[in-house]
Design a protein around this ligand. Structure first.
Ligand SMILES: [Zn+2]
Ligand SMILES: [Zn+2]
Length: 106
């Protein structure tokens, strides 16, 4: 995360938050009070800021199969992973019907 801005305003009885992170915009309009709205901003920034990118694979040079976003079912980290069979082992992959990242793999 290089840059983030957060805005907060009221629409009728609800608080709206809008967060721009590295050019991506998130808007939520659900907050009954300002404390909840601020808490949500903190949470979103923390999630985005801590998201590791070392589990992201580059798109495949050998075929056009898309990347798929997978989340480890043990610790919840996510990453963009190739769906084709090219290249090395996937950083997040299915083992016995659950998804595992490098760290959680048994
Ligand atoms: Zn491929
Ligand atoms: Zn994991």
């Amino acid at each position: 995360m290089e840059r983030a801005t957060a805005r907060l305003w009221r629409e009728g009885r609800r608080w709206v938050i809008q967060i721009d992170i590295d050019g991506a915009r998130y808007t939520e309009r659900d907050y009954a009070d300002i404390a909840d709205a601020c808490h949500a901003i903190t949470q979103i920034l923390r999630q985005r800021g801590e998201r590791p990118t070392d589990l992201d694979e580059d798109s495949c040079e050998l075929c056009d199969e898309p990347l798929d976003m997978l989340a480890c079912s043990q610790c919840g980290v996510d990453g963009f992973v190739r769906t084709c069979g090219h290249g090395g082992p996937r950083p997040i992959r299915v083992l016995e019907d659950a998804l595992y990242c490098w760290t959680c793999r048994p």
